[in-house]
Design a protein around this ligand. Structure first.
Ligand code: GLA
Length: 384
């Protein structure tokens, strides 16, 4: 915090008024279930995007992003034109979404920095949106429920940038609990409970180093397939509003009503919902090995049914099965590249990470980014 506030003072010649920070997230179990009104186990990570901000005169927001050199800016009069792939869009998009809700905060000067790996599947974009939302909330006294702030961030992705993502990323960034997983229900958009991580285990993140970019990915196609599967199943069974409402047995019985792809996508989602419910019970019963098996099963279902894995991700999961210390591993987040998560015995974590890194490098020629991931708390904002 001190570095950012000092840079703010030296760059803008006055003190910042508010500091805010929002974390990235890990999807632990429950892949693509959020927009199917299902369940997810997730957590916030210690890596964050932080902002020092102050109100500015006029309509121009001036931004120093410590990741890049120089100052960049945008005008509140020119919010209607996102440019694909530009990080600045995530900030402009927040103003755009607030304006849609009749909320018009004034301009800001910003110094920001981030420790969330970019385009990896740890929700660097949600951290950017939520951190900036919280900065504006604190600075301009904007009163919205926490879940509505998550929806503002989601709106940036859905409406401003055209990716039909669910609420998971922004929601986890806001509701994350220090040292605990959260289990969320995305029918009611609520955290159902906190789920402690079993003692003596850690999550290791291994990046496949394939840029995971939802805008360019098949994410929207997957979502459409899930929704059309749910619509067809709704004609077979009464009361089906989303894949969340369908059991595996019902899916099998109605298989002939679905296209092959609809069937496979639905199988993944229904299986994931079952695994989240089962995983919570296994953790409560202290069966960490059983929970780990569900992580492996989840990955297998991604690979075979949802087809959102890649060769590199599959390789990381194969390695996880052969290097001692790992209880379970899977791709995490949207897929199509990005990260895998590995639940590893804490006493084996260091050795595991180095063996995983070495094996991946010798196969692919590239050193993977490997992070022992601490579980952080949710987004915060304070007056300075
Ligand atoms: C991305 C999306 C989320 C969620 C995950 C997959 O992170 O932003 O809404 O759908 O993929 O679970």
């Amino acid at each position: 915090m001190n570095n950012l506030t000092e840079s703010f003072q030296s760059h803008f010649g006055r003190p910042a008024g508010v500091f805010s920070a929002a974390p990235g997230r890990l999807e632990i179990l429950g892949n693509h279930t959020d927009y199917n009104q299902g369940f997810v186990l997730s957590c916030a990570v210690e890596q964050k995007t932080s902002f020092a901000v102050a109100k500015a005169e006029g309509k121009v927001c001036r931004i120093i992003n410590c990741k890049f050199t120089g100052q960049t800016e945008f005008s509140l009069d020119e919010l209607d034109s996102p440019v694909a792939g530009e990080w600045l869009n995530y900030l402009k998009g927040v103003y755009y979404e607030l304006r849609k809700r009749g909320i018009e905060p004034g301009a800001v000067d910003v110094v920001m920095d981030s420790s969330v790996p970019l385009s990896a599947g740890m929700s660097s974009s949600a951290a950017l949106e939520v951190g900036f939302c919280f900065a504006l909330k604190q600075l301009y006294g904007i009163e919205l429920e926490k879940t509505d702030w998550a929806r503002v961030g989601q709106g940036v992705e859905n409406d401003y940038l055209g990716v039909s993502t669910g609420l998971l990323d922004q929601f986890s960034s806001i509701y994350g609990q220090q040292d605990s997983l959260i289990m969320s229900d995305f029918r009611t958009d609520e955290v159902i409970k906190n789920v402690p991580v079993p003692h003596g285990y850690v999550f290791i993140v291994a990046n496949s180093m394939e840029k995971h970019d939802l805008v360019d990915s098949e994410y929207n196609v997957r979502r459409r397939d899930c929704e059309s599967a749910a619509a067809r199943l709704g004609r077979v069974y009464t009361g089906v509003k989303a894949l969340r409402d369908v059991s595996m047995q019902q899916l099998e019985q109605a298989k002939a009503e679905l296209t092959r792809l609809e069937y496979l996508r639905a199988k993944h989602i229904i299986g994931e919902n079952e695994r989240v419910i089962a995983g919570d019970k296994l953790l409560a019963a202290g069966d960490v090995e059983g929970f780990g098996r569900l992580l492996f099963e989840s990955h297998e279902s991604s690979r075979v049914n949802f087809e959102n894995s890649t060769q590199r991700l599959d390789y990381l999961i194969e390695l996880a099965k052969s290097i001692p210390g790992c209880i379970g591993a899977r791709l995490s987040g949207g897929g199509f590249g990005g990260i895998s998560i590995h639940l590893v015995r804490e006493d084996a974590a260091e050795e595991y990470s180095s063996r995983l890194g070495a094996a991946f490098k010798s196969q692919t020629g590239e050193q993977p980014q490997i992070i022992k991931c601490g579980i952080g708390g949710g987004a915060q904002a304070v007056d300075l």
